[in-house]
Write a new protein. Structure first.
Length: 206
């Protein structure tokens, strides 16, 4: 389902410093192959336009697009997938109406095992404290427990930076997801390139 080499960098856009499209384009130029469009406040009319423009960019770079929370926007922009959390539309209902990748957020092994039935991958975190979202920190050990409990790809999220990403990779995650490390960077393309550089040197050892 996630047809990219491991470990991968999963960039989540925020429109708070740069436009969503600017972040997506910078990440794609750097070599990122999975982008999540995450917009929590804009009207649907604005979201659908942004999501469609990012879809076009992802097509140019042969990259996957996941839409956060909103199955309607995901359908309208022909996204590859949709990501839902514990309070969003349940994954089993997403599966009824959406033909694509389903990602689900989890914090515990119990949630992870339940999510496995309908999800194609899991977003596990927060790995570290983060200012981007109020989210309980489960730590690197919490991520490791989830990785070991399931057989679908696990993407770590929350407070991941160039400084701590190696520690996270050692848990065996399939990928690492970042919002601020790229979307809030002075130079998002350079930030993504540097993170990708660290991922490519990681030898997979635990
Ligand atoms: C890859 C990935 N993992 C986790 C999340 C968080 O989803 P959720 O808990 O629904 O929180 P919001 O992002 O919707 O605020 C994610 N978006 N992506
Ligand atoms: C969306 C989300 N879900 C758990 S932590 C988080 C925020 C991640 O953002 P950042 O990479 O800036 O810490
Ligand atoms: Mg959500």
């Amino acid at each position: 389902m996630l047809k990219i080499d491991k470990p991968f960098l999963y960039v989540i856009t925020s429109g708070k410093r740069w436009k969503h499209e600017e972040v997506a384009k910078a990440a794609l130029k750097a070599g990122v192959r999975i982008i999540q469009y995450r917009e929590k406040e804009a009207p649907a009319r604005v979201m659908v336009g942004e999501a469609r423009r990012i879809r076009k960019l992802c097509d140019e770079y042969d990259a996957m697009l996941i839409v956060n929370d909103r199955v309607d926007i995901a359908i309208a922009c022909n996204a590859d997938g949709v990501h839902v959390g514990q309070d969003d539309i349940p994954a089993e209902i997403v599966a009824e109406i959406f033909d694509g990748i389903i990602g689900m957020s989890v914090k515990t092994v119990e949630q992870a095992k339940q999510a496995e039935e309908y999800a194609d991958y899991l977003g596990a975190g927060s790995a570290f404290p983060t200012g981007t979202k109020e989210s309980k920190v489960i730590g690197v050990e919490g991520i490791r427990r989830i990785v070991e409990a399931v057989s679908i790809p696990v993407v770590a999220i929350g407070g991941i930076t160039r400084e701590n990403v190696l520690e996270v990779l050692k848990t065996g995650v399939a990928g690492v997801a970042v919002v601020s490390a790229v979307s809030m960077a002075d130079d998002p393309e350079d930030a993504a390139r540097k993170l990708l550089g660290i991922l490519s040197t990681f030898n997979g050892g635990r």
